[in-house]
Design a protein. Structure first.
Length: 403
């Protein structure tokens, strides 16, 4: 790859760290919000639902915004909004101890961060796809590995900060996190940017959804997002409240280990040069993921449960970027519109997964809530089998046309 694109890579990598910050910082505070600030659990569930629900809306609009204003301006705007969201969270924390006022501040903060994060999700993958490279799956997994790095940074440093300065000072840490979107915005001002193929004559959204193969890829993105965030958003709460583990142990060993396993998975697929059988890998992953979730909930040993949930990150991690890369190979002229629709599917899953866990937990227990998330890897398995069937049918028709 041309050395001049090194700055572009750094900007995209940092962009995913920013998205990890805005998606994973607040969940570390859920127990504190619930126990110390008396914010009801159903209102906390609404935070997650609203966050990813708004990102879905942003995903649906981002392609039009990018095509009108360009990637550079859109990337800069997304990072400024993310930074403004972190600032808003801090300001409202300093301003009042009333949980209603704080909740309003949290929702305003989530609004800004969700808009910023939603735009980031749409633009970074096509920016990487547009760079001169020979292995799309490798590049995409390496890009998305930085989301995991960001997740680990947030969890580890937030835990250390809370340990020494107290969780009640979370607003200060929120201000510290602003350094990531500020630096990323500066990089996007300077770096060279290529537009992806297909943007010259953008494909219509509704035309995409008339293609059975794309519909199944969209479903895979829904399941990838749901499987990932069902665990990522609730594992801290589950380990602390469901298994009665110490918050420091739960966050560092549990949450950070889950993110680390996702990182290992994405980094592995982002560094190997050989091409993989995407569908076969996704099928194996969905089966193992289903088994890990079921066993982790049914076991009576908290440590075993913690380890199994952390290991699930190995089989969730590569799914999202791999589906992105696979779609880029199949629909070479999909461009920004296709990636925005796939991002919409991913964020729809990011909404459905945690929301399902939250509402099931409200009426049963957090264990049953986590267990309910197995529906997503099961649907993923079915979707992969249907894609194989469609591909086999298409190949058969092509063979007939040659006779």
């Amino acid at each position: 790859m041309d050395k001049k694109y090194g700055l572009t890579l750094k900007a995209c990598y940092l962009g995913y760290i920013v998205q990890a910050v805005v998606n994973n910082f607040l969940p570390l505070l859920f127990v504190y919000f619930n126990n110390d600030l008396n914010i009801p659990l159903y209102l906390i569930s609404i935070i997650v639902t609203y966050n990813f629900g708004l990102q879905i809306l942003v995903d649906s609009l981002s392609a039009s915004i990018v095509l009108k204003f360009g990637y550079r301006k859109t990337a800069i705007l997304s990072n400024l909004l993310s930074g403004a969201g972190l600032l808003t969270l801090a300001v409202f924390s300093f301003a009042s101890n009333n949980y209603i006022v704080l909740y309003i501040g949290i929702m305003l903060s989530v609004t800004l961060m969700a808009i910023g994060g939603g735009i980031v999700e749409v633009i970074l993958s096509p920016l990487i796809e547009a760079l001169p490279t020979t292995n799309g799956n490798k590049s995409m997994n390496l890009l998305h590995s930085f989301y995991c790095i960001g997740h680990i940074i947030v969890v580890v440093f937030a835990t250390l900060f809370f340990k020494f300065f107290g969780i009640k000072n979370y607003a200060v840490f929120s201000l510290i996190l602003m350094i990531f979107p500020i630096i990323t915005a500066i990089l996007f001002i300077r770096c060279p940017i290529n537009s992806p193929k297909g943007d010259e004559k953008p494909i219509g959204r509704f035309k995409l959804f008339k293609i059975p193969l794309f519909i199944l890829l969209f479903i895979l993105m829904v399941c990838a997002g749901a499987s990932e965030q069902a665990v990522a958003q609730w594992i801290s709460y589950f380990l602390e409240e469901g298994l009665n583990l110490d918050k420091t142990l739960g966050d560092v060993v549990g949450v950070a280990s889950f993110a680390l396993c996702m990182l290992i998975s994405r980094f592995y697929f982002g560094t190997i040069d050989k091409k993989i059988n995407v569908l076969k890998t996704l099928i194996i992953s969905s089966i193992i993921l289903t088994a890990l979730i079921i066993v982790s909930i049914l076991t009576s040993a908290p440590l075993v449960s913690l380890i199994l949930l952390a290991l699930s990150g190995l089989f969730i991690g590569f799914t999202w970027p791999t589906v992105y890369a696979y779609a880029g190979d199949v629909f070479t002229a999909g461009g920004t519109v296709m990636f925005s629709m796939l991002a919409l599917g991913g964020d729809l899953g990011c909404t459905l997964g945690p929301t399902l866990v939250g509402f099931v937990s409200e009426f049963t227990s957090i264990k049953v809530g986590i267990l309910s998330s197995v529906v997503f890897p099961i649907v993923m398995l079915v979707a992969c089998l249907l894609i194989i069937k469609i591909k086999a049918k298409n190949n058969k028709n092509q063979d007939k046309s040659l006779q």
